[in-house]
Design a protein around this ligand. Structure first.
Ligand SMILES: Nc1nc2c(ncn2[C@@H]2O[C@H](COP(=O)(O)OP(=O)(O)OP(=O)(O)O)[C@@H](O)[C@H]2O)c(=O)[nH]1
Ligand SMILES: [Mg+2]
Length: 224
């Protein structure tokens, strides 16, 4: 008797993620996955960051969304190659969907691929896309209790961006409390405070990104 065997979705995702990572390594493309709750300011951050990176780097973007091309349109307006990945209601991107998107980008010409995940503080954190780095975005409008309440989002990130700091005075967000809870999860975590609409913190973020690029890029174009 043939017994049906079902593999869980994580295992299948891990295969696709490993494939993506190998592909990125072969192409020397650094991949960053940007995560955060709905409206945390992920696209606004990209709108501020991409013009800083673009003079020296070729950047492509994969935009995750449930139903619209609104974010991809914002990125396309910057002249950056972008593909919209629609999950049709799914609450996170999968490595397989990212793999499909890669075929629509001029990957051999890119130094950096940025993936904006679906706005959600829970599900995307569970799905490796094959990225090298994760940036988690927390806006001050969401509250300083979120690192403690949504630990997965913050624990495995490479960097935390605290966004919309221009709104700080209108909220009860405590930077000290948020940072304390983040460092309980990840003692050495770097935190960058930004206000994308004003450009605050974007140079520091840009420096962080360029410092993390795969070796070829650090030793080559950027060093000149
Ligand atoms: N005041 C202020 N508003 C901001 C800032 N960054 C983003 N916003 C606003 O916050 C709202 C959401 O910003 P988005 O960049 O679309 O957020 P997002 O995380 O990409 O949203 P989803 O992709 O839908 O999850 C928009 O109205 C932005 O104008 C900021 O630094 N300061
Ligand atoms: Mg967005």
């Amino acid at each position: 008797m043939k017994i049906p065997v079902l593999r869980n979705v994580f295992e299948k995702n891990e295969y696709a993620a490993a494939h993506n990572r190998t592909f990125f390594d072969e192409q020397s493309v650094t991949c960053i996955n940007i995560l955060g709750g709905a409206g945390a300011g992920k696209t606004a951050l990209l709108e501020a960051l991409l013009p800083k990176l673009q003079p020296e780097l070729q950047v492509g973007v994969l935009e995750g969304d449930l139903a619209t091309t609104k974010d991809a349109t914002r990125i396309a307006n910057l002249g950056v190659p972008v593909v919209q990945l629609l999950t049709d209601g799914g609450c996170h991107l999968t490595a397989t969907l990212v793999k499909h998107g890669l075929g629509r980008l001029p990957l051999s010409e890119l130094d950096l691929l940025i993936v904006e995940n679906v706005g959600n503080p829970i599900c995307p954190a569970n799905f490796d896309l094959g990225e090298h780095l994760r940036i988690s975005v927390l806006s001050v409008a969401e509250g300083d209790d979120k690192p403690a309440k949504y630990p997965l989002l913050f624990k495995d990130s490479s960097l935390i961006v605290i966004s919309k700091c221009d709104l700080l005075e209108h909220t009860d967000f405590s930077m000290e409390s948020a940072a304390r809870d983040i460092r309980r999860l990840a003692p050495d975590m770097e935190i960058i405070e930004t206000a994308a609409r004003k450009g605050t913190g974007i140079d520091r973020l840009s420096d962080w990104v360029t410092s993390k690029l795969l070796p070829r890029h650090n030793e080559g174009d950027l060093a000149q």
